[in-house]
Write a protein that binds this ligand. Structure first.
Ligand code: 5GP
Ligand code: ZN
Length: 156
């Protein structure tokens, strides 16, 4: 078992936005109101198979509490979520004998997020499978890269 660091009260506090929680499909899975094929659960996170698997063995890892996006996630829960996800990814690699593995996480509609309850996709990959992310790479000059890096650093 993974022993998470001590969780502050904030992390364990109940969801306060009852309307949002009642409308949230993943909160309903957490509550057991909707069936799911569970891979793992502990006091803070659960993992279950994605009903529209993009590859064989695709599953999701989510915090139990209703956290909408990465921007709302505190560092301790983030650490635990990634620790559990890492353990599950290793188990999936061993069990499914996949050729590779992707982690994918979407925020906001523009980022492709469909369910507004934070989730990490664990996507086993197989040679020749159909999963992919479409993009057009650019080659920004160094000055541009430095400028963007400084801008993000400035917001820390
Ligand atoms: P997103 O596009 O928000 O990153 O991913 C949402 C994921 O949740 C999709 O892959 C979708 O198939 C999955 N999903 C949506 N509703 C349900 C559900 O009721 N049960 C399960 N197991 N997965 C769901
Ligand atoms: Zn939720």
């Amino acid at each position: 078992m993974i022993d998470p660091p001590a969780f502050p009260e904030k992390t364990l506090s109940p969801n306060t936005n009852a309307a949002a929680v009642a409308a949230c499909i993943f909160c309903r899975i957490v509550a057991g109101e909707i069936p799911s094929s569970k891979v793992f659960e502990d006091d803070h996170v659960i993992a279950f198979m994605d009903i529209a698997a993009v590859t064989d063995g695709h599953f999701l890892v989510i915090p139990r509490k209703h956290v909408e996006t990465l921007y709302d996630l505190d560092a301790i829960l983030a650490g635990h979520l990634l620790a559990v996800t890492t353990r599950l990814a290793k188990a999936a690699k061993k069990a499914l004998r996949c050729d590779g593995m992707n982690l994918y996480q979407a925020n906001e509609a523009a980022g492709g997020q469909e369910v507004p309850h934070l989730h990490l996709h664990v996507i086993p990959r197989y040679k020749g499978d159909s999963f992919g992310i479409r993009y057009n790479p650019t080659k920004p000059p160094r000055e541009k890269l430095d400028e963007k890096a400084a801008k993000i650093r400035g917001a820390l």
